[in-house]
Design a protein around this ligand. Structure first.
Ligand code: FES
Ligand code: FES
Length: 169
């Protein structure tokens, strides 16, 4: 069977795998690298559950082939927290009770990170815009917006590396 060898710098660590050419970045992360934070929701670019950051840009990883990520820097939700401390965005979501089942959470938090990296003091309208590509079916967005506003007020949204900008895929 034909395969391609892909090496990515994921959360600061170089990882390599040989995969079928049609393998998406999402499946590479989940199935080859055991990074299961990014979720497989719709698999067609509609829900945002698979959102990660590639070379500083938000990406729906279900729409990017693993081969397209070769040689690039990928930041996933696993790259935000340290061993003993949540990222400030994660902590704010926890404090505000912003998530219920949590399935959408990794994608939404990555979108929030990209927003705050680019715009440390977003308006509610800008926050809503930034989350427009992330669907949540059980919580609603009010507490997420409150969490992002709290982070912005604290000036803590960019506490980790991986500066990011608007979604590109
Ligand atoms: Fe829904 Fe990727 S899984 S956008
Ligand atoms: Fe359940 Fe968002 S918290 S889908």
């Amino acid at each position: 069977m034909t395969s391609v060898t892909v090496t990515i710098n994921v959360n600061g660590e170089s990882r390599t795998a040989s995969v079928a050419p049609e393998t998406t970045l999402l499946r590479l992360l989940r199935e080859n690298f055991n990074l299961t934070g990014a979720k497989l929701g719709c698999d067609v670019g509609d829900c945002g559950a698979c959102t990660v950051i590639v070379d500083g840009k938000l990406v729906n990883s279900c729409l990017m082939l693993a081969g397209q990520a070769d040689g690039r820097d990928v930041l996933t939700i696993e790259g935000l927290a340290t061993m003993d401390r949540l990222h400030p965005i994660q902590k704010a979501f926890e404090d505000k009770g912003s998530l219920q089942c949590g399935f959408c959470g990794p994608g939404i938090i990555m979108s929030a990170k990209a927003l705050l990296d680019e715009n440390p003091n977003p308006s509610v309208h800008e926050i809503r815009d930034a989350l427009a590509g992330n669907l949540c079916r059980c919580t609603g967005y009010t507490k997420m917006i409150e969490a992002i506003q709290a982070i912005a007020r604290a000036g803590a949204g960019t506490a980790t590396s991986g500066q990011a900008t608007a979604k590109s895929a």
